[in-house]
Design a protein around this ligand. Sequence first.
Ligand code: DAH
Length: 336
Amino acid sequence: MREKLQNILTEALDAINSGTDLEQIRIKYLGKKGELTAVLRGMGQLTPEERPVIGQLANDVRAKIEEALEGAASAFKAKQLEAQLKAEKLDVTMPSTRAKLGHHHPLTLVQRRLEDIFIGMGFSIVEGPEVEYDYYNFQALNIPENHPARDTQDTFYITDNILLRSQTSPVQVRTMEKQKPPIRVVSPGRVYRSDALDASHSPLFHQFEGLVVDKGITMGDLKGTLESFAKTMFGENTRTRFRPHHFPFTEPSAEVDVSCFMCGGKGCRLCKGEGWIEILGAGMVHPFVLSNCGIDPEEYSGFAFGMGIERIAMISYGVDDIRLFYENDARFIEQF
Ligand code: DAH
């Protein structure tokens, strides 16, 4: 019997170590119909002296098997936990996948930059209608009917005296009608010209107008303002150049160039070898325009300027085709 018990113990331990189903092993050796129980059933045949000895031995065997089973079970659980931890490992220091944000349109970016710069110089922002009277777009700006300047701006007419504004300059007139000097405003917005769409023309584009009217405003104020603007917009080393020009609503008038911020003026692809880039038109507000708006040109003077937002964006970002601004190709917009 001793031998039997010893065999049960060895067999059971072997089975446990070989890693087979622990519950099956428990049933096989320790269950009600298990091998140990079977042996104990035979205890009746033992002598009274042997009985406690064998009984003790049987208890030891049971205890050892139970202990081994428990040990194997907890080792198995630990292994399982380890495997689970490994499988579910999270590296919390790993960079997360960022939500994809949209991009501002380059024209929006340039318009805001222009607004910021002029707000910083004390200007406020005003707006005017895109559907405009001939009077504001032309007449009041000293461009009477049959004036050749009307030909340079191929205008979309809606009726004889209503049109899509071809420039933001009418906002000057609307502002001066409403507001007494001192006036210091900028006005961004859409303008329309019946031009065919190509790399440098679009029937819809954007302008940015500026107007200052006060007592004693001079060409020096215009130069200082635009020089300061150019340095902020294109870099501290930027120089400006005023070339004589003609606009009906300013006298004198100028076209303003900035030294090329790519080559510093030596001549490159951006400035087409010129060293200078034209950025805007400007001048001293024509006395006729002031008096058209009820402002006495004897008492007040002013300056004005106007630039194309597309043009500024094209030179700032090196965009060589205006059509890219209107196609809304995400691959283009994403670059800004
Ligand atoms: N309105 C002009 C244009 O569309 C640009 C311009 C020139 C505006 C001179 C001005 C200015 O205010 O003073 O070509």
